[in-house]
Design a protein around this ligand. Structure first.
Ligand code: NDP
Length: 502
């Protein structure tokens, strides 16, 4: 326990309150900057998931009894409370995952927007009246799915959770969350916020635990109507198999290998600033990390020189310190993974131009730090250019032509996001339209908004977060067709004439 969170011992958040798990077991939450356990939370399992699903089922009727305006107002109230509690939540997120305070302050300040936006969707969503001929009226209705399950990762604990919770709430579902074992605290604080906002108890439940136990129990639960996962591609396939077995909805936001595609009309310093932001924010632990810099050969050497210089200047340190620009990786396991890929890159013949090792110094000795790393002389077939490393590593590759740049960008099994950098408007759109990925930024990277659809192609996922489409993916669609005519209709009348539908 730290002074900041003197009695941080929580249960699981079910039916509006903290409860111990049935087994009484707890799981430790470790601060990645020093490896110390600073909190314990309940470790849930199958029995606890059942209790949470019961709670969500009971809340469903009450939640559905409110009008869209009432639900939207409660969500706006939650947005306001979240806003008020942000400083405390920022500190907790920094301690849970080691991302620098300046990053988490910027990211979490955006979250209330999601509840405001989807609260507005709850108030204003309009169904459709598809054309059906003059004698019929056809209208559609959006019906909630029921109890839905959210499985979330550790890299943006509350942002990713919020992208799932806000549309599912707006669409009148109730939910059970299994957060990452590394970051279970802030998802439960969100429960306190909903309780204070007067969202009915049981609409939002959180059962911390491990993926193969609590996660599996949630994704295979027979009374869950949808499972929405953000995680690695192997987890996505395992959870998809569970969803297929129960024939329930499935949304997955999975891994990525995003590229920055930089054309020669972009100044070197702009290219370098873009790469640092795309590649090293969150210590590189984001699904849309710019893990490949594809840069036109005419500026490649100048870019590499400046990139190496700026990368070496990034300040690693205590993530709670506002001056720190890069924190540790989330866990020893994640750092091991980065170190393994650095070794693989060297064995494959790539050159470590910057970083490639742990930082020196006593202040880094107990934490899971790794220097930001630039690889050059990379071939696109190398494992470091194909596989998701999920750490502060960028592979730089030159290209000569637009077609080659597009082919390189599309050459991985992933298809989440990429960015195109050029002042040539026609080229920017032409290239964007040929990239096989769900999100393309032009002259930007990492930007996200509650109304802007987010989802991957290929091995990067299925379905969407954000926007009206996310709301709709949390509903069943019912189509109601009304006969407006009182004219007699008798298909089997034996009049010997041709029959036709109209
Ligand atoms: P994981 O796939 O390890 O875990 C994601 C969640 O699923 C965790 O809550 C985990 O539990 C749980 N889980 C793991 N195994 C199972 C299982 N068999 N059944 C049910 N649940 C399970 O991902 P990480 O937490 O390591 O997050 C990193 C990954 O997330 C990266 O690949 C990254 O690309 C991806 N990601 C994708 C984003 C996108 O928008 N596309 C955004 C952010 C991340 P626990 O961890 O507690 O064991």
């Amino acid at each position: 326990m730290t002074d900041r969170h003197p009695k941080f011992m929580r249960g699981m958040f079910v039916n509006g309150d903290y409860l111990p798990s049935a087994s009484g077991k707890t799981l430790p939450v470790v601060n990645p900057k020093n490896g110390e356990v600073f909190a314990e939370v309940a470790e849930g399992d199958t029995v606890d998931i059942n209790v949470a699903v019961d709670s969500a089922e009971r809340a469903f009727e009450k939640w559905g009894g409110l009008s869209g305006t009432e639900r939207g107002n409660l969500m706006q109230r939650a947005a306001d409370i979240l806003q008020r509690r942000l400083p405390e939540i920022v500190s907790l997120e920094v301690d849970q995952i080691g991302r620098p305070r300046r990053e988490m302050t910027a990211q979490l300040a955006r979250l209330p927007e999601w509840y405001s936006y989807f609260g507005s969707v709850a108030r204003t969503y309009e169904d459709r009246v598809p054309p059906f001929g003059k004698d019929h009226l056809n209208y559609t209705r959006r019906i909630p799915l029921g109890v839905v399950g959210h499985l979330t990762p550790w890299n943006h604990p509350l942002l990713i959770l919020t992208k799932k919770v806000a549309p599912s709430m707006a669409a009148v579902n109730t939910m059970v969350v299994k957060p990452s074992e590394y970051a279970p605290i802030t998802p439960m604080i969100l429960g306190e916020i909903f309780r204070e906002a007067s969202v009915p108890d049981g609409v939002y439940n959180v059962v911390p635990g491990y993926g193969p136990t609590a996660g599996l129990a949630l994704s295979s639960h027979p009374r869950i109507r949808k499972v929405d996962l953000t995680g690695g591609t192997p987890t996505g396939k395992a959870v998809a198999a569970m969803a297929g077995k129960n024939l329930i909805r499935f949304t997955a936001e999975l891994g990525g290998k995003a590229a920055l595609v930089v054309f020669p009309d972009i100044p070197v310093d702009r290219c370098v600033a873009a790469t640092l932001f795309a590649s090293f924010v969150a210590t590189g632990q984001t699904c849309v990390q710019g893990s490949r810099l594809l840069v036109h050969r005419s500026i490649h050497d100048a870019v590499v020189e400046a990139l190496v210089h700026r990368t070496r200047a990034i300040r690693l340190g205590d993530p709670q310190d506002l001056r720190t620009q890069m924190g540790p990786l989330v866990s020893a396991k994640q750092r091991d993974m980065v170190e393994r890929y650095v070794r693989i890159g060297i064995e494959e013949g790539a050159t470590v131009a910057a970083g490639g090792e742990r930082p020196q110094g006593a202040e880094f000795a107990r934490g899971y730090y790794h220097l930001p790393t630039v690889f050059t002389n990379v071939k696109s077939t190398m494992r470091i250019a194909q596989e998701e490393i999920f750490g502060p590593v960028v592979c730089v590759m030159p290209f000569d032509s637009e077609d080659e740049a597009i082919a390189l960008a599309n050459s991985t099994p992933f298809g989440l996001a990429s960015s195109v950098w050029t002042k040539d408007v026609a080229r920017a759109h032409r290239v964007a339209h040929q990239l096989k990925c769900g999100i393309v930024w032009i002259n930007d990277h990492h930007r996200i908004g509650p109304a802007s659809p987010w989802g991957g192609f290929k091995m990067s996922g299925l379905g969407h977060e954000n926007g009206i489409i996310a709301y709709e993916e949390y509903t069943e669609l019912q189509s109601v067709i009304v006969n407006l005519s009182d004219a007699p209709f008798d298909w089997y009348a034996d009049d010997g004439r041709e029959k036709r539908y109209s």
